[in-house]
Design a protein around this ligand. Structure first.
Ligand code: NAD
Ligand code: ZN
Length: 368
């Protein structure tokens, strides 16, 4: 059935987000409709409103949500009404070469589901009946969302929605970059550049992995304080040093793992320069498609350095989302502390402004 829903929409790049009442159609084959409980506000949503992530407007934002299934389409067996679900902004077909070799975030069919559902159509339309694209085949910054099951992960229904939501992006991305992409060993020396929702989770991932040194690098003193609460052993304010990479190197002798959680080639260079011999720099931030990075080529062989990327924390979402919630329930990962502030959907523009101002670990939109 069709449902009316308030939704956060980007109408035009460079303009503030708008809250509109849209129509969400019921599920077709292999789709489900969710009533959304909570949706985190991620920098990637902001990047979609500026065109840095060039998904065409009009676009329903949101890719980091938890909700409850209210309707299932034909052929759906893995979900039933009442199940709790976390969104995955990466569609995983489960059948292509990348999926079957255990790399679902690289699914060969995911490119069909960037701003529409996998079949290239959408279930969302505005008050004039015009179709609305959906961020990452999700568009979950809305009261309801109809999604393909390949973008949905069933989770423990005892975890509060506002905590479970964050596993869909910030937590999986940050913790997964440490656990899955880098495979940080106990006793490692690590540095995290950019302490937003993603970087804080890289910090707590390093702490859980038993890193000996965890250096947090940011320009915002409030973020550096938060980093300490999540396990940073040292902090560097980039405004108080000439060169952040040199400052990390001086403190640590060169790190084994550096995580770039900003999304800028210049910061990737710093992360790479902060490495010691045998070190790995992991690029997590999403840069503008035209952005470039320069590194000293000789250091790759002579130091056996590694420069690699991490997409949704190299997750296997069906396995890792529940696993992360298990670590939270066991007291090994902090989720409550990540939610600095909750907003009603009517205050969505404020939530984006607060992210730009660096006020929150994560701001989360909660629905009644
Ligand atoms: P955020 O806005 O919450 O945090 C970014 C942080 O970087 C802020 O604290 C800011 O002060 C800091 N910063 C800015 N410039 C800096 C610099 N030169 N040096 C050090 N710190 C600096 O953002 P977020 O939601 O944590 O997202 C971070 C990045 O990760 C974004 O680019 C986002 O698009 C990307 N992202 C990637 C994935 C993935 O799968 N790889 C998933 C989600 C988000
Ligand atoms: Zn995100």
């Amino acid at each position: 059935m069709d449902r009316k829903a308030k939704a956060v929409v980007c109408r035009e790049w460079g303009q503030p987000v708008q809250v509109e009442t849209i129509t969400v159609e019921g599920p077709k084959r292999d789709e489900i409709t969710l009533r959304i409980g909570a949706c985190g506000v991620c920098h990637s949503d902001l990047s979609a409103t500026t065109g840095k992530i060039p998904y065409p407007p009009p676009l329903v934002l949101g890719h980091e949500a938890a909700g409850v299934v209210v309707e299932v389409g034909e052929g759906v067996t893995a979900f039933k009404e009442g199940d709790h679900v976390v969104s995955s902004f990466i569609s995983m077909c489960g059948k292509c070469r990348q999926c079957v070799r255990g790399r679902p975030v690289l699914c060969e069919n995911a490119r069909n589901a960037m701003f529409t559902l996998p079949d290239g159509t959408v279930r969302t339309k505005d008050a004039n009946g015009e179709p609305l694209n959906v961020f990452g085949a999700c568009g979950v910054m809305a009261e309801y969302a109809t999604m393909h099951v390949d973008n949905c992960v069933k989770v423990d229904d005892t975890v509060p929605m506002q905590n479970a939501a964050l596993v869909g992006c910030a937590v999986m991305t940050g913790v997964g970059a440490v656990f899955n992409t880098a495979k940080v060993e106990p006793g490692s020396r690590t540095a995290v550049f950019g302490i937003g929702g993603v970087g804080l989770n890289a910090i707590q991932g390093c702490a859980t992995a038993g890193a000996e040194m965890i250096v947090a690098v940011d320009s915002n003193p409030g973020k550096l304080e938060m980093a300490k609460q999540f396990g940073a052993t040292h902090t560097i304010n980039i405004n108080e040093v000439d060169d952040a990479a040199k400052a990390v190197k001086k403190l640590t002798g060169g790190v084994d793992y550096a995580f770039e959680c900003v999304g800028a080639g210049a910061v990737v260079e710093q992360a790479y320069k902060s490495l010691g011999r045998g070190g790995t720099a992991v690029v997590v931030g999403v840069a503008d498609p035209k952005d470039k990075t320069a590194i000293t080529t000789l250091t790759l062989p002579a130091d056996e350095r590694v420069l690699k990327g991490s997409w949704l924390g190299s997750a296997r979402p069906q396995h890792d989302f529940p696993r992360i919630l298990g670590l939270y329930k066991a007291g090994k990962l902090k989720l409550d502390e990540l939610v600095t502030r909750t907003y009603s959907i009517d205050d969505a523009a404020q939530a984006f402004d607060d992210m730009v101002a660096g006020k929150n670990a994560r701001g989360v939109i909660v629905f009644d």
